[in-house]
Design a protein around this ligand. Sequence first.
Ligand code: GTP
Ligand code: MG
Ligand code: ZN
Ligand code: ZN
Length: 1508
Amino acid sequence: MAESVPTMDNSEEEFYDVPDSFLELHRGEGEKTPPASQTDYAPSPGQVAALNAESKASQSVTEPNPPVQFAVYQVSSESLSLRWDTPAGEVESYIVTCCHEGDVVQESTDTNTLTLSHLKPGVCYSLLVSTQLRNGRISKPAATSAKTKTHLESLLEDLGLEDRLKEKLSLSTILQIDKKTITDEPPKCNADLPWYFLKKLMMVNVTARNVKLNSTNSCDRLNPLDIITALFLCSDGFVRQELSLKMSMCQFSVPLLLPNCDTKQCTLMLWAMRDIVKKYRPQSLTESKGFIEERIVLSELPMISFVRLGECSLSKSEILNKLLSNDTFVHHDMECGDSPRRISNGLVEISWYLPCGNKNMDVFSEPVAVANLRGDIASFQTQFSFLCQTSAAVFVFFDTLDSECELLTNQQHKTQIFLVGNHQSNRFSMDALQNVAAELGLTNNNILLKTKQMNDADFVKTLGETVSNVVENSKMKMRIEQMADIAHKLGILVDEESSECQTAKKNADAITTEIQDILQYKEAELPLQGQIWKELTRLEKEEFRLRNVGSKNIEDYKSDLLLEKTQLRKEQNSHDISNAMTCFINAISSPEIERCYFLKWMRMNLDNVSREKLSDLRERYKEKCKNPENKEEIKDIDRQLSNSSLGIEHFFREMGQIYEASLSLPETEPSREQLQHLPKLCAQLLLDGLPLELVDGEASNIPLRWISDVLSQLNDLMSPLNKILVVTVLGVQSTGKSTLLNTMFGVQFAVSSGRCTRGAFMLLIRINEDIKKELNCDFMMIIDTEGLKSPELAQLDNSHEHDNELATLVVGLSDVTIINIAMENSTEMKDILQIVVHAFLRMKEVGKKPKCQFVHQNVSDVSAHEKNLRDRKLLMQQLNEMTQAAAKMEKKEENKNFSDVMEYSPDTGNCYIPGLWNGSPPMAPVNAGYSEAVYELKKNIIHVLGSCESSANDILEFTEWMKSLWNAVKHENFIFSFRNSLVADAYMKLCTEFNKWEWEFRQLMYTWVTDAETRIRNFGTVAGKSEISDMSECVKQLKSEASTILSEWETKLLENLAQGHVYLVEEYKEGFANGAKSLRRQMQSSVFNQLTAAADIRNGMTELEKIKENHTKELEGRVRALIEECQKKNIQMTEKELDEEFDKMWTETQKELSFEEMKFDDIYNSCQKKAEEFTRCCLKPAVEDFVYRSLGPDIIGEMLTNEQFSTRMSFQYSVLLDLLRKDDFENYRSYICSYEEYVKNWILDKIVKRFSEASTIFEFEDRHVQSSIRIINAAVNKAKTEKSANLESFVKNVCQELGDKLVISQDALGAFMILNNADQEQFAHWLTECVKDMAQVLQEEFNETDILMKLIQLNVHPQKELFTKLIGCGKQCPFCSAPCEAGGQEHSEHFASLHRSIALGQYRCSLSQILSTDICSSLVITPNSTFRCGATNWERHHHKDYKAIFPDWKISPDGSLEASDYWKYVLAKFNNKFAKAFKAEPADIPVTWNMITPQQAEESLKESFNIK
Ligand SMILES: Nc1nc2c(ncn2[C@@H]2O[C@H](COP(=O)(O)OP(=O)(O)OP(=O)(O)O)[C@@H](O)[C@H]2O)c(=O)[nH]1
Ligand SMILES: [Mg+2]
Ligand SMILES: [Zn+2]
Ligand SMILES: [Zn+2]
């Protein structure tokens, strides 16, 4: 410290008062040093407690004020920065005092900030600041305190890891995909460095340690060792394992003893290293080409340690690197290796030298561990002791030795000490060396000196020989596991001491120590997955494939299969849950950390158990596979491999079987209930990042219920963040697929040297918030698959089918499929491509479009991309050929090129990756080029995923895909069997949408036609408005108007179709578009016809009216004459006389004109009567007519809002469900035998039900009545303003206004017009009144008419319209008569969701008359079943080739086996009645049909029609 000043209790008190609170805090403590103890108020690191910085209000003006807002604003390990605000008064300067345990520093300044430096790290200081005025007076101090950072804290803060000491980094954090993953930006600040290192290391990039900021400021640079130490300190056990594993793959040294410079404790990194497995070939195995594969912490190896005493001019690490010929250790000549180490002194690193069995290459012929202590042994004696007790030899590097070498001489150990000095160092003293050597009893052999004559290479060689010597002769060999005991004795912690880790270990050991013989163990402890599960798989597939149906009746055969399955499930249930499984399930039910430790222990233990046997087998397998001649041997090894492999997947597989079997127990069975939580448990593990087996590669099957339930639980756990994107890898076996995924995503799929991955595994990776939007998903699912076999190998075990199934499944599940190709073997590649292309073709046919990425491995030339242009062309050509072949097989020959199947560009769709190892294993590090190329691929894949047009699938959709893909895969014919509820859903949505658009359009056209008809009917009358005098001209105009509207609509509908959500249903789009076009044509001709018809009628009417008009004129003339005559005669006639006279004349005239009756009786009536007459005779009928014309579309519209009528499918569903509920034979009979009539009645019934009580119809009517009244009133008002000459023209004006909407009978009007001279004003007044009354009368009338009566009177008949709409094309299944449900007007294929027994189509055996139970959806997949009918010219024809006879029908086999339960139930129930009705013998009902309950029937209906 700069300067020591008297402590605070001196007599300077008169200058300043210590604030009360400050005193209070320290009351009772040592008077001399007020802040003697920090414990009771020391703020936590980095925090600052401002104790009191307020000045007292009572201070007089002359009293100096202490500074205000005094605070510490920056803290480092050796400095504190303070600041304060100027108080009132004339301030000259400030005095800052800093003290800790009697050390006091005082500094003065005239600014408002001060940085105190050269402080001690991790110490709490009391801080005071006082103001000094010009007059020399000094204020009371403001006070605070602060703790400087420790070295560790300060480094962690620089790295942005300060919170991670407590809350450790976990795997899910470091593996998540975030923005940094794809941006590839260099680190910008220190806090970027650990992430940068992690990102690179997780991709096993050997450049990971080159962590340098772009800044030139060298004091900013951090030593890589500090970063590594910091990361280990901040990581949990699982991340540490991952770090160690990846570092050792890079051939970096890994921490053996990890120091903590704060606590001075170090920890043995035993757990962290447990995952490292190494393979090598000692000299003894060179001949036999054998090798040893071992978990390195369990290998008994000699360890050679290298330490330094004092300063040393030789670079120990550099020399070691030369010795091991790898960049194993960070040293000062590496990037940032010369930056000062802040926390990594005391670190002991370890690395291994492993021979490859080649004398010329191996530095040491036996494996050896090399340890390296960072820092001076004088400062790290614990570490040094540890090394002395564990190593075969310790090499001590030094420059100077003095007699105080107690450090060396005091050690109690058996290790050999070697002294390594540099003769050239000027501090070197031979005498001291000899003294120490004598003290230690060392011979010359134990002293290595680098002399002037030696260059580095010579020196390294000498060193190497010495080490070799030790290695060959030392008995001191030790497993790292054993070092834990020594660590304990020395007070060194061991990283697996936590109780979670220990309990987990105990649990795992309890299971695995029981394992003696793997095959026997599996049979005893994991019995459900053995032969039973394989047999179940066979039955499941046979249920769909029906290969062995032979001459049996199919439905009986299927029923038998079902019984067999039930029996096997029973057998599974008869096993008690084994001991091992009970332990296993208990252990994975423990809390998260313990569970993770347990699974890791299990994995390692099982690996150890099976390694010995397997690695040898795998190697032999690989060897034999090179030559497929060795068929029998390969087959045998393969079987052995499968028998003796045992991993945790077997335990999960067993769990799945236990669960699935339990589902066949009654729901209330306790043993079933106890297992209900298993899926959730497993879902949790998936979220933890554990790979879960999707396809069991041994049985070649997916336990569908188990996996679906796990995924459904997963969905619940994740919701609402449940969107996923799926990446899959496919390729030839053992071509590094798992390695590729592991490198790409930092994950741990099983990797090995032989055939290793079986089936398919899925794993979840979190997507970080910062790119969720871009990727539109929350998790990425990665699926690793078992290698596809080449056909030669596939023949051996019929695995070709398995390969095909697997490829189809995973391609169908993924958004991006990586196709891994090892270039060197192009025939193999071709065979695999065939499988893959096939899978892609199938996906295209079912509406899913995955993207693909070809990866060519082992291509290291920089010019690869250029050079391989030709290869890419060749690949393209081959892909095209394969597409054609696949298309032919799937009977989809329209696919000619690969690009027809999928979007693929040879340029961007290919990626070249150099070989994995840089050199020859085991000492080869991963090739940086490999890692970089994989990183490019990763970025590319993420980019492709980001631009995926498909909306991200959520977990439930994924599950749906998985189920439907796998069910289709179980069939012989995939495309033809594929049924997916998502596709069905999308199709249904499209139908619903289309129907809505269509209805909107129809409604529009109904209204338009009604209006047009009104216009035509009013044409040429007083109500006619048209300027055109020629009717044909008018019709022409209307037609062109109609065409315009129709065209507009057609365009709009086509646009709607193009924009609508058409993912998955693209193939149907065309059909809908055609439907729209044909609909337009139909509508056009119908509209034109209606217009022409209306015009024809109108023309006829005009003729008639002309005649009538003449007659009326005649009549009117005569009446006038009569009246005139009377007037002339001046005869006062009574009313009666007049009537008589009038009647006389009337009869005469009528006779003359033969004209029908006309009423003139109210000629003289009042305006009121006239108005009433006009209303009753002209307006009311017109309004009534208007209402009835409008009601039809209203009713249809209302009915269509009902789900049942929205699409043909939901209509069928509703009818069938209704039948089931009614449970009445006659209804079924009527539905089956007179389908159309039944459906018509059903619809009518629904309409009547809907409108008989509801007020809806009244609302419709009233709406139209009211709107009519509104326009009538408006017309009257308008006419009033027009000042008509007489009542006739007034009425004409009114009628003309109404002409657009109402058709007023010309007859009635003509009659009304005669002799009318009422007063207009009065008339108008009364008219308005009458119209009001009319509304009421109409409403009453409507109310009295029942719906059936109304329906008859409507112009548009809802029941007919609905029927036409819902019956669709009207086609029925040629086998079972199930009605077609395809949407759209013109569909290319008819289909029905639910087929039925052909018994219901009255099919029977011609001999026995027994009804046939066969169902057409089964018949079409039955190998040998045949039919004959008119269409085949009564020739026999295979059902499965029905397409040749009925090309426009698509009869899908049942998606699930339960789908046809509905009709099975019906036939079983009414068998006798049907037989009687059909005059046949009852069908032989298969046993299982009788067990179907009405609930199951209903379920099956829901499933078939995809109703949730
Ligand atoms: N020489 C070399 N070896 C590699 C390369 N990629 C992977 N390997 C090694 O090949 C072996 C098999 O790798 P895996 O990743 O298990 O191969 P896989 O394709 O997943 O194998 P299966 O799942 O059994 O079909 C491992 O020992 C890898 O280390 C490479 O590019 N070059
Ligand atoms: Mg693999
Ligand atoms: Zn059918
Ligand atoms: Zn159809």
